[in-house]
Write a new protein. Structure first.
Length: 81
């Protein structure tokens, strides 16, 4: 039979191993983002960035520096804080 201290050490070791396993699984799953700096394809951020970039460049080509984007909600500043 184990005494109380040995049982707590064993429980703590199991907790750390479970935490390490979850960390390894998450690191493997997100490896392309964490280590290669890739953005996942097909997400809203990627498509929204394209729209913002297109609006900004087309405004500059017209000779207007866009401080305000009227196409987002009721309007939004282009360059935020």
């Amino acid at each position: 039979m184990q005494n109380g201290n040995e049982s707590r050490v064993s429980d703590r070791r199991v907790d750390w191993l479970c935490l390490l396993f979850l960390l390894a699984v998450n690191t493997f799953y997100y490896r392309r983002i964490l280590f290669l700096g890739e953005i996942p394809e097909g997400n809203d951020l990627q498509y929204q960035y394209f729209a913002w970039k297109n609006f900004f460049i087309s405004s500059l080509k017209e000779g207007i520096f866009p401080f305000w984007n009227p196409y987002i909600f009721s309007g939004s500043p282009v360059i935020h804080e």
